[in-house]
Design a protein around this ligand. Structure first.
Ligand SMILES: Nc1nc2c(ncn2[C@@H]2O[C@H](COP(=O)(O)OP(=O)(O)OP(=O)(O)O)[C@@H](O)[C@H]2O)c(=O)[nH]1
Ligand SMILES: [Mg+2]
Length: 465
């Protein structure tokens, strides 16, 4: 997963100050030295590292913070806010015309992910904005590129305009716009060939197309693995062509963070979207604040909620959440939950979105294959056992029977029991917190926190956003 290393290191440096009643300037100095190193290690541009550390230090050293209540927590908040600020503060929406055709150009280095992202974007905007997209194949340098776009188009049911590899891209573009009008498209997404920002001829080709098309968006597709080099690429494209935003791809990989944390602050180009996998529905809006809390291991409740509302009946989910919060979570609910999670994507990814869970889940099995085994074990339980998890946890005879019945080992059954206990306990701790509190919750303190008291009989607060 992206940022893992940075995430671990930053959290470690912050642990120096969290949970401490008193902080001295020296504590802050030491913490900042580690923060600085973790950022450099993550390949963040040195200018960004410099301004980041300067800003955090200035705020953290303030009299009010050091002498105030809970200084550690406040320092964590300062770091989180600053992370968010360098990534752009707020999510930047795409410009979409209310009337007429919205035009978007995908540009960038070879292999950055333009063609894939063109398809993802078409799917995303058809879903979110109810647009009728047309994909245009302008990569005439590789026949395979056109085939690739056509395959993507057919996968998502979007028309692809192409004229083979013989025509000049500008000509194809003109024909494509005529086609779009007659075909009733109100979104045109142009896939261009990959190129280096220093290749003048190739860059001129893009400038010509842009001058003709007058696109609402020129989207620089950046492979997040390029690290802070992304800054040079972006400046090159921006100076010759002018770009309106960036899309960071391959954030599902083990990228260190350099591109995501450097791009906006150095070039002032906003990261608008991010690619989270090879599949065509794995494109998400880039939310700096959510990214910051993800990096600091505070989870990302909002993204979780987006995923939930996209894939799952809200009432179903709310019922489930209430059940979990009430501690009356049984194996039937667990199976239901596994099914929901399957619909939302991989289990490991989901767990990271829950505040504090990333840390807590370390060492706990969140392997997708294991969920199949879990279901097998649960289906070997009697109806009574499924309803009342205690029956299983208190009887070794029952555990052995479940193991034998499902072809798993007793150790695996024990692990399943442990998992359900752990989940019940975690959710009990979250009881009564509102989403804001959860999002700002610090995993370290959360783990030690005693369970918040709540009067029984009062109506449980529902999650609402
Ligand atoms: N894991 C992952 N892979 C991605 C993502 N986006 C693109 N890829 C993969 O990256 C590779 C290159 O993607 P393309 O879309 O062909 O890149 P391109 O910029 O069009 O490449 P050229 O046309 O050669 O310049 C493909 O194997 C994609 O599946 C992403 O968000 N996550
Ligand atoms: Mg391509």
């Amino acid at each position: 997963m992206a940022f893992d290393n940075l995430s671990d290191r930053l959290q470690m440096s912050l642990r120096r100050v969290t949970g401490r009643g008193r902080l001295t300037e020296k504590d802050i100095e030491e913490m900042m030295r580690e923060v600085r190193l973790s950022l450099l290690e993550a390949d963040v541009n040195f200018k960004v590292v410099k301004s980041f550390t300067k800003n955090v230090k200035e705020q953290a050293m303030g009299e009010k913070i050091l002498k105030g209540l809970n200084p550690g927590q406040q320092v964590v908040k300062i770091v989180s806010d600053e992370l968010q600020r360098i990534m752009g503060d707020k999510a930047e929406p795409l410009t979409i015309n209310a009337i007429g055709i919205t035009k978007m150009m995908m540009v960038g280095l070879q292999g950055a992910g333009k063609t894939t992202t063109a398809g993802k974007l078409a799917l995303h905007l058809r879903k979110q904005n109810n647009l009728k997209p047309l994909l245009v194949a302008l990569d005439v340098y590789r026949p395979a590129a056109i085939e690739q776009l056509k395959t993507i188009g057919s996968q998502i049911g979007v028309d692809v305009f192409e004229m083979g590899t013989k025509e000049k891209p500008l000509n194809i573009m003109k024909q494509a716009m005529e086609f779009a009008v007659s075909n009733g498209n109100n979104l045109v997404i142009v896939d261009t060939a990959g190129r280096l920002q220093i290749d003048e001829d190739m860059m001129n080709e893009l400038v010509e197309i842009k001058n003709y098309l007058k696109p609402e968006e020129v989207l620089l597709t950046v492979d997040s693995m390029t690290g802070q080099d992304a800054v040079n690429v972006a400046e090159g494209f921006n100076n010759t062509l002018g770009v309106t935003g960036a899309i960071l791809t391959k954030l599902d990989g083990d990228t260190r963070g350099g591109a995501a944390l450097s791009l906006k602050e150095v070039t002032n180009i906003s990261i608008k979207l991010m690619g989270m996998g090879e599949k065509l529905d794995q494109l998400e809006v880039f939310h700096p604040e959510r990214m910051a809390s993800r990096i600091l291991g505070m989870g990302d409740v909002m993204t979780l909620v987006d995923k939930v509302t996209d894939n799952i009946d809200e009432d179903d989910m709310m019922g489930m959440v209430e059940k979990m919060m009430s501690g009356k979570f049984n194996y039937n609910d667990y199976v239901k939950q596994l099914k929901m999670i399957k619909r939302m994507g991989s289990l490991g990814g989901i767990m990271k979105l829950i505040p504090g869970m990333g840390k807590m889940m370390k060492g706990v099995d969140v392997d997708d294959k294991k969920t199949v085994y879990a279901e097998a074990m649960i289906s070997s339980m009697t109806k009574k056992e499924r309803k009342n998890p205690k029956l299983i946890s208190q009887s070794s005879t029952r555990r052995r029977r479940v193991a034998a019945g499902s072809g798993r080992t007793v150790t695996e059954v024990n692990r399943l029991i442990q998992q359900i206990d752990q989940m019940t306990a975690t959710f009990k701790r979250m009881q009564g917190m509102d989403p804001e509190q959860m999002a700002n919750m610090n995993p370290m303190t959360m783990m030690n926190q005693s369970q918040p008291k709540k009067k029984s009989g009062t109506k449980k607060k529902r999650w609402r956003y």
